[in-house]
Design a protein around this ligand. Structure first.
Ligand code: ZN
Length: 158
């Protein structure tokens, strides 16, 4: 195992042990919120990820999730939460990060990820070589995309 691989292992282990953003969701007044449940039948991972967006700023005010599954799926939900929180992302910015993460994770190791854009999520780069685990890594990100779709529809109708 190379030094980088073992460092990445540590990041993943750390996030799965002490997950960021895991807990009950409550939407602040005046925000648009959505919640989606995703299930990965090939591994048994389950995640319900909720998000609240301010209609004025487009910023994600709250992101939290609950779920259970393998360490990759749990670590991935945690790094996503940390990314959204630390960079205080807007919905539009978060969508860019989701695209960048998907590109990395579906590249089978070919895409060198941008750490500025993806933060600790780059630690999941190695997962891209294991087709069976890609769904584990994508689960939380797909749930967030589904939340965004609903919020965008709600905002358009408001
Ligand atoms: Zn899994």
């Amino acid at each position: 195992m190379s030094g980088l691989d073992s460092l990445y292992q540590e990041v993943i282990l750390d996030h799965s042990k002490r997950p960021v953003g895991k807990g009950e969701f409550s939407a602040p007044d005046g925000t648009f919120s959505a919640s989606h449940h995703e299930f990965n039948p090939s591994c048994g991972d389950e995640i319900t990820l909720s998000v609240a967006v301010s209609p004025e700023t487009g910023k994600i005010e709250v992101l939290s999730w609950e779920g259970q599954g393998c360490s990759i799926s749990m670590a991935s939900a945690s790094v996503l939460s940390q990314l959204v929180r630390d960079d205080s992302l807007t919905l539009e910015q978060a969508k860019e990060r989701i695209d960048a993460f998907r590109e990395m994770i579906q590249s089978r190791g070919a895409v060198e990820p941008d750490e500025e854009l993806l933060g600790d999520a780059v630690a999941l780069q190695g997962v891209s070589k294991f087709v069976m685990r890609v769904k584990c890594a994508m689960l939380a990100w797909v749930a967030l995309e589904a939340d965004f779709k609903q919020i965008e529809a709600d905002l358009a109708a408001a």
